[in-house]
Design a protein around this ligand. Structure first.
Ligand SMILES: C[S@@+](CC[C@H](N)C(=O)[O-])C[C@H]1O[C@@H](n2cnc3c(N)ncnc32)[C@H](O)[C@@H]1O
Length: 270
C-alpha cells in the first residue's frame, strides 16, 4: 500500500489494531500504526497503569529466563513471542550461556518478519510461524525439532499469550499437550491477565481492547490460571503479581502490585 513502511509484510491490515503491535507500542516500540496507538491510548485512559504493566510483564519474562538459565536450562520454547524488542529471550539466554537455543513461535506476520530479520545468521534461534491452538503441529515442526531436544529439560514460555486462547479452544488441554512433550526438569513460565485484583478496571480495559483488536482477549481468575500449572510444581514465590516474582535486588515492590492485574509464575515438571 502507498505510504506504508517497507517492513510491513503483504496482506497486513494496518488500519485495524492488532495484539502484537498494540503491545509493541505499549513497550515503546516503533512497529505499530495509528490504529494500534489509538487503542493503546484508549486503554491507558481506562487504566493509566497499563503501559507500566506491559513493561513489568516484559521484565518478568527476562527475570524468569535468567532464573531458568541459572538452573541449567539451555533450551527455550517461547510461544506468542511477539515483535522483537528489548530483552528478547535469545539475548537474555545467550548472555547467560552462549550455547542456549531458542525457538520462538508466533502467528503475527509483523512479529514473524522482524524475528526472521533479527535472527538471520543465528544458528541457535529461529522463529516458527504457528498457532498455539495447534500444539501438536508446533511440537512436530521440523524447525523446532532442530533446536529443541525434548529428551532434555527445556523452558516453555507462555507469557501473556494464553488470554488470546478462548475457553472454547481449551487452553488447559493445549498446555497439558505441551507439558507432556517436555522432559522432567523442564519449566513452564507463564503470565496471564486476571480480573482478580481490580475487576472493574480490568473488565473495562478488556472491553475497550476487544472492541477494536483483531482477536479477542480474556482474563481469567487466579484458580483458572493456577490450573495451567497442573503437572508442574510451582517454584517460589508461587503465582504472584508480576513485579513480585523474584524482583531484581534493590527493586521497589512496595505499594499495590495488583494494580498491574497480571499474575505470573513458574513451575518445574518433576
Ligand atoms: C501480548 S504479546 C506477548 C509477547 C511476549 N510473550 C511478551 O510477553 O513479551 C502476545 C503475543 O501472542 C501472539 N499470539 C496470540 N495468539 C496466538 C496464537 N494462537 N498462537 C501464537 N501466538 C499467538 C500475538 O501475536 C502476540 O505477539
Amino acid at each position: 500500500m502507498a505510504g506504508q513502511p517497507d517492513w510491513v509484510p503483504p496482506g497486513v491490515d494496518t488500519k485495524r489494531a492488532n495484539i502484537a503491535r498494540v503491545y509493541d507500542y505499549l513497550l515503546g516500540g516503533t512497529h505499530n500504526f495509528l490504529a494500534d496507538q489509538d487503542l493503546a491510548r484508549a486503554m491507558t485512559a481506562v487504566d493509566p497503569n497499563i503501559r507500566a504493566g506491559s513493561r513489568e510483564n516484559r521484565a518478568f519474562l527476562g527475570r524468569a529466563v535468567r532464573c531458568l538459565a541459572a538452573a541449567g536450562i539451555r533450551q527455550f520454547l517461547d510461544i506468542g513471542s511477539g515483535i522483537p524488542t528489548q530483552g528478547n529471550v535469545h539475548e537474555v539466554a545467550q548472555q547467560a550461556s552462549p550455547d542456549s537455543r531458542v525457538a520462538y513461535v508466533d502467528l503475527d506476520p509483523v512479529a514473524i518478519a522482524h524475528s526472521k530479520a533479527l535472527l538471520a545468521g543465528n544458528q541457535n534461534a529461529a522463529i516458527i510461524d504457528a498457532d498455539l491452538r495447534h500444539p501438536e503441529e508446533i511440537l512436530a515442526h521440523a524447525g523446532l525439532r532442530r533446536l529443541i531436544d525434548f529428551s532434555q529439560p527445556a523452558g516453555l514460555l507462555l507469557v501473556s499469550v494464553l488470554p488470546f486462547i478462548s475457553d472454547d479452544a481449551d487452553p488447559w488441554r493445549i498446555v497439558a499437550t505441551l507439558r507432556d512433550a517436555l522432559a522432567p526438569g523442564s519449566y513452564l513460565v507463564l503470565a496471564h491477565a486476571t480480573d482478580a485484583s481490580r475487576p472493574v478496571v480490568a473488565q473495562a480495559a478488556e472491553k475497550v481492547y476487544n472492541s477494536s483488536v483483531s482477536a479477542q482477549a480474556q482474563m481469567r481468575s487466579r484458580e483458572e490460571i493456577l490450573r495451567f500449572f497442573d503437572g508442574f510444581d510451582l517454584v517460589d514465590p508461587g503465582l504472584v503479581y508480576v513485579p513480585q516474582w523474584r524482583p531484581d535486588p534493590g527493586a521497589d515492590v512496595s505499594g499495590d502490585p495488583g494494580k498491574f492485574w497480571i499474575l505470573a509464575g513458574a513451575g518445574r515438571k518433576p
